[in-house]
Design a protein around this ligand. Sequence first.
Ligand SMILES: NC(=O)c1ccc[n+]([C@@H]2O[C@H](COP(=O)([O-])OP(=O)(O)OC[C@H]3O[C@@H](n4cnc5c(N)ncnc54)[C@H](O)[C@@H]3O)[C@@H](O)[C@H]2O)c1
Ligand SMILES: O=CCCC(=O)O
Length: 494
Amino acid sequence: MTDQLTARRQDELLRTMHTDLYIDGAWREATGGRRFAVENPATGEELTTVADADPADAMAALDAADRAQAGWARTAPRERGEILRRAFELITARADDFALLMTLEMGKPLAESKGEATYGAEFFRWFSEEAVRIAGRYSAATDNKSRVLVTKRPVGPSILITPWNFPLAMGTRKIGPALAAGCTVVLKPAQLTPLTALLLAQVLEEAGVPAGVVNLVPTTRAGDTTGPLLQDPRARKLSFTGSTGVGRALLADASGQVLRTSMELGGNAPFLVFEDADVDAAVAGAMAAKFRNGGEACTAANRFLVHEAVAEEFTAKLVEKVRAVRLGPGTDDGVTLGPLVEEKARDKVQAFVADAVAHGAAVLLGGEVPEGPGWFYPATVLTGAGPQARLHREEIFGPVVSITTFADEAEAVRLANDTEFGLISFAFTTDLARGLRMAEVLETGMLGLNSGVISNPAAPFGGVKQSGIGREGAHEGIEEYLETVYVGIADPLA
Ligand SMILES: NC(=O)c1ccc[n+]([C@@H]2O[C@H](COP(=O)([O-])OP(=O)(O)OC[C@H]3O[C@@H](n4cnc5c(N)ncnc54)[C@H](O)[C@@H]3O)[C@@H](O)[C@H]2O)c1
Ligand SMILES: O=CCCC(=O)O
């Protein structure tokens, strides 16, 4: 896309979109007219400003969600499904606008943002189909002297908190099942990426979501703003996606009201390449697992563990592929790696690489911050960092590959599981039994078997250990927003 065309579309989009709070079906200013700036990570320049909710605004959003709850829960499932289906179609029709906003506010290349528009919309289509499939059961008790009736009902007003890295999909993956189940919501998007969430709220309004069912409160004061909501007995559910540290703190906050919680937290994915792997397939998988979203994904491969018999071939082929990665603004044609989201993020990645070098790593490619504006960091390949290097213990969240070797399967599994995280693992092998064994022995919520990207609305996404609680997407996703009610019935034949 030419610079001029992008600039014209950007101006038009930012000028015409809503940037206020969306509460009770109306767009309104924040208390005191407070606003905050949203910046472009490719330039460091301000894109626009957005209303900055305070605790009173957030409480107004919960008031609205609470008022709308009973009516929304009584809506016909088909009607809820049709509204979600319309929202899917509207996002699809405006995919270019969503993509441009995502690229502008978080940096990824336009082609990837387009991919997220499709992925994010798909959660609405999936849950439009799930809305009409909420089922209970009726059965005999073990002694046949009574009957067991099980029904489902919506949990109730839900507080949704989302991160910046997938600004659309992390929202639709929560709003879709919540609305399908009959729950109203208050969404607090990440401070760095409120624009995509604002356009999403606009689309939901156009799709016919009634007033109060979806409320949106961007804010710069996350804890102060959502904290009181978690202590309010009208809120019945917290669904959070973000870092493990914040998730841990929110779990403690949610304990006051014993809230239902879903926690989609951080990862430290091992990427295992066994001696029997198809090395070319492993390299293609590694590129996808590492460089999707510029490495700023909870699913990003964090530790490459390669059998010593294939390590040289794998490393050489991977370096060739990584050399072809093109760093630049996500709006530029041909760019395959955008900037990191903010200066702090780039400083952290740079510090991880310096620490890895101090732990014995050799830098095969990249590793130097380029001159000029924007929070760019180059695609980087390291080998030989010791196990205590920070980038093997924490999420890198950047375009850095760190390769180490193992001698046998037992060592690979021991290294892979040596982390408090357990979101996703990857394994490349042509041995079916070994692949299935990995599904049983790796401490992980998800396994990419000979595949570098497995995110899909039809799949239950989520982690074990400190990577979270609960699942999003798939049939499991709607259960997170449903209560199970048991009715014991005296034997009707007695
Ligand atoms: N498991 C998953 O599905 C998944 C998906 C995407 C991202 N993530 C994780 O998210 C992290 C990156 O996102 P991030 O930097 O936005 O995470 P973050 O934890 O800093 O923030 C996530 C959200 O929580 C809000 N927040 C921060 N402190 C809060 C508080 N005290 N009270 C209420 N809300 C608060 C933020 O404003 C943001 O909206 C990574 O760790 C990544 O692995 C996980
Ligand atoms: O950041 C986490 C990845 C999100 C996804 O793949 O759905």
